[in-house]
Each structure stands twice: as C-alpha cells, then as structure tokens.
Ligand binder design. Structure first.
Ligand code: FAD
Length: 321
C-alpha cells in the first residue's frame, strides 16, 4: 500500500509539519508498504534535503511559484494517485490542508476523517481518534481503506530530517497547472518579528483565558521575567487585545519549540497545541482536571494559576537573592 504524506511550505521551503505528516503516515504502514512524501513548490532542493525519512519523494515543481495554491496541489496529487495508486493520504489540518483534503476526497470518492490525533491500522480498515470541538470531544472512528486523513499538527512527533537519495526522488512539472489555476496568490505578508521572535525563545510562559483579565497578565509577566522567559498568549487573550498578535501561540499564531513551556489557564485546544506540542518540557496549570492540555503536558497541576504564580515567583525571588 502507498501512503502519501502531504508536505507544506512556501518559496520552495518545507515546513516542519511535513515531518509530522511522514510520522503519521508511518503509523499505518505494514511490511512492503511505502510512505511517499508529496511536495509542491518552486524548487525541490529543500524537500530533497529534509524528507529522507519517507521512502520516496514526489515533487511537483513550478519554478517561480512562491505559493502553490490548494487547487493546483490537489490536482497534482490526484494525478499522481491516478498514475501510481494509493492506500491512504495524510494531510495536515492547515489553511491549505483544509482545501487539499476535501478536494482529494471528492475527486477520489474516498472517506475523509478530519482532526485526527491517533491512527491504528487493522488490515483494510483504519481506526482513528479525532479530537474535535477544541479538544473537548474525542471521536473514535473507523474507515475502510483507501481513505484521506486530515491530521492535527502537533499530534505526531516529527520524523527525522534526512536527505533523500536522488534515486528515490521523482519530479513532475507543475508549471502549466500553476499557470492555468483560477487561484493566483498575489503576495506574502510576513509579520515583523523585531519586537519578539517566540520561535527563538528557550522558555515561554503562556497565559490562556483562565488569566481572567488584562491586568492579571502583569503577574504572569513578572513570573516570566524571573524565569528569563517570554510571555505569550492563547488566541482569546490576543483577540481581547491583552497581548500583541506576535505573542500568540497556535495555528493562527506562532509555532514554538522552547525547552520549557508553562501554560497557565490554557485549555489545550488542538489549534493551540499545534503551536506548542513539540516543546521539550510542557508544564500545565489548569483547575479542570479534564482539560485537554494535560494530554500533552509532561507535568501538570490543577491548582489555581494565581496561587502558582505567587508561590513560584516568591520561591524564585528567594533563591535569586
Ligand atoms: P479556554 O478554552 O476558555 O480555556 C481556559 C482554561 O482556563 C480552562 O480550561 C479553565 O479550566 C482554565 N482556568 C480558568 N480559570 C483558571 C484558574 N484560575 N487557574 C487555572 N486554570 C484556570 N487558539 C490558540 O490558542 N491559538 C491559535 O493560534 C488558534 N488558532 C485558531 C484557528 C482556528 C481556525 C480556530 C477555529 C481556532 C483557533 N484557536 C486558536 C482557538 C482555539 O480553538 C481555542 O478556542 C483557544 O485555544 C482557547 O483558548 P484558551 O485555552 O485560552 O481558553
């Protein structure tokens, strides 16, 4: 069986989530099966340098295309599937992946399961766990193969970065598909990281809606200062204007990988975990013992976050004297 791991990136660069898709695809292979990384972009070099943990790489290349729109990506992938066959397709739950997964499912007629966190294969059937409703519902689903799975970023540990030998790489020309596409990406508007680059932070203290109000963020900021950490927030905190957008962690914010991540009053919705699930050590503080954040945390406490901030800050102040 061939399992396609859909990779993502722009300007010919491969995003880290691509390695997670290879790891997710590996969950369902049996001896004799193949994991094929599918890439679409302006050049194949970065994909060739990084995606060697797949058995093969198929790169749809359109020189000059900084972004390959989802409709082109899906068409190229479906053409490959038609030529080679497939047993399953793994797509990241992302802005691009939402469009790619649904287009592939419609074109092939295969079932699509979204928000996948766990995958198990039993012969010709997949058993998967889908994390839905901001992580509050875990749905156990079964699907016959072939199938399309849209996988939550952060759910699978990245496969190793490795170069892929040229004999395992196949290149397709996507130029005419890009030229005839109805969707034309016009510009890439990147944020200005001059205030803070959370991606480079070794320690992060992240506050969620549990912090209650804007004034209380200063308490968490004080703790962050004592720890030499950056302060960050979940989306509701940023949407409320309590922290700037560049300090948002998650799907529509920054993807961070610090050595230490302290989540204070964060529920752990999949969209948040997508941005921090790969941190080395995660400490979660949440009064709700059933909060999904505890399923990714290495250490957790159900104490009140304000109690923790005050006792930990006091301890750090004492030891630094
Ligand atoms: P809540 O879910 O309200 O959780 C607050 C938690 O605080 C609760 O679990 C509660 O038990 C706990 N709590 C309350 N008081 C205390 C206390 N005193 N002490 C300890 N614990 C306490 N979210 C992001 O964070 N980042 C994103 O980039 C992002 N992108 C998204 C993109 C899309 C397309 C969509 C649909 C959603 C996105 N979201 C994102 C939103 C996400 O689904 C959640 O709604 C959000 O993460 C919830 O934020 P929260 O955990 O701060 O708040």
């Amino acid at each position: 069986m061939k399992v396609y791991a859909c990779t993502e990136g722009r300007s010919g660069q491969v995003d880290a989530v691509s390695l997670e898709m290879i790891a997710a695809a590996r969950q369902m292979v049996e001896p004799g099966d193949e994991v094929i990384a599918f890439f679409a972009g302006s050049s194949k070099e970065d994909a060739c340098a990084k995606l060697g943990s797949a058995d093969r790489l198929i790169a749809a290349v359109a020189p000059g295309a900084e972004i390959v729109a989802a409709d082109v990506y899906a068409r190229q992938l479906c053409a490959t599937i038609a030529a080679e066959g497939a047993g399953a397709v793994v797509v990241p739950y992302s802005a691009n992946g939402l469009d790619v997964a649904s287009a592939v499912a419609v074109r092939t007629g295969w079932p699509l399961i979204s928000y996948v966190d766990q995958i198990e294969r039993n012969g010709d059937t997949l058993s998967v766990v889908a994390r839905m409703y901001a992580g509050k519902v875990l749905a156990e689903c079964e699907a016959p193969l072939p199938a399309v799975l849209m996988v939550n970023p952060g759910a699978f540990k990245e496969a190793d970065i490795a170069p892929i030998p040229p004999e395992r790489v196949q290149v397709a020309d996507a130029s005419s598909a890009v030229a005839t596409s109805g969707a034309r990406p016009i510009a890439i508007d990147l944020p200005d990281f001059s205030d803070v680059d959370l991606k480079a932070a070794e320690r992060i203290v992240c506050v969620g809606r549990g912090i209650g109000d804007e004034a209380s963020i200063d308490l968490a900021r004080g703790l962050a200062d004592l720890l030499g950490a950056e302060i960050a927030g979940s989306r509701p905190v940023v949407d409320s204007g309590w922290l700037p957008k560049l300090r948002q962690v998650g799907k529509s914010g920054q993807k961070v990988k610090p050595r230490l991540y302290i989540a204070l009053g964060v529920s752990g919705a999949p969209e948040h975990v997508e941005g921090m699930g790969q941190a080395d050590t995660i400490i979660a503080v949440n009064t709700d013992p059933k909060a999904p954040i505890f399923s990714v945390a290495h250490y957790g406490s159900t104490c009140d976050l304000f109690d923790l901030i005050s006792s930990l800050s006091e301890r750090l102040q004492t030891t630094s004297r």
